[in-house]
Design a protein around this ligand. Sequence first.
Ligand code: ZN
Ligand code: ZN
Length: 194
Amino acid sequence: MILVLINFLLSLDHLGEEVIMYRVLLVKLTTFDHLILKEVICHLRKLGFEVHYLNEVVHLNMLMFNWDRLQYDAEKIVNYLSERFSDFPYDSIIAIGHLNVYINNEKYVIGLHKEKIGIVFSYKYEDEKGSIDKFVSRVKKEIVHEIGHTLGLNDCSTPGCVMNEVNSVEDIDKKDYVFCPKCTALLLNINNKG
Ligand SMILES: [Zn+2]
Ligand SMILES: [Zn+2]
């Protein structure tokens, strides 16, 4: 009992005064270095999310690929994931794939969401200088961003908030890894999780 209490206090101390209890399932659409995933999961847990992940890769099929554009179709992917995972008992289901993907008339897409399904496409996150740290930091931020959307947050204009909308991959580097106080308060309130 004492040990449990100590752990609880330690986790509170770690998180600051606010704890966001949402259940998040992480799904891989391609293989990822387990150290990258570990860092992502650690970060999400620090934010207070309860994170689980599927060990196996969820494979896409050629019907989701556009052979003229040589890219995957984001809408087909999100619909497929929605059919497959919407009933899973999680508040947010986040897929991550190192895939070249487009949506509508856009050249490419780096992340999107539909209801409680969010997807992060890391293909464009690679740093010109080959910095793995930059790649991982972009992945982390955009995963938090998509989680925010799946939980009901909109894009936020507070400087530095992880919910800042980005127009380019470089824009991701300008924001922080965490929700601003306004978004945090919204997260605690919108679903009565506070
Ligand atoms: Zn957004
Ligand atoms: Zn915000």
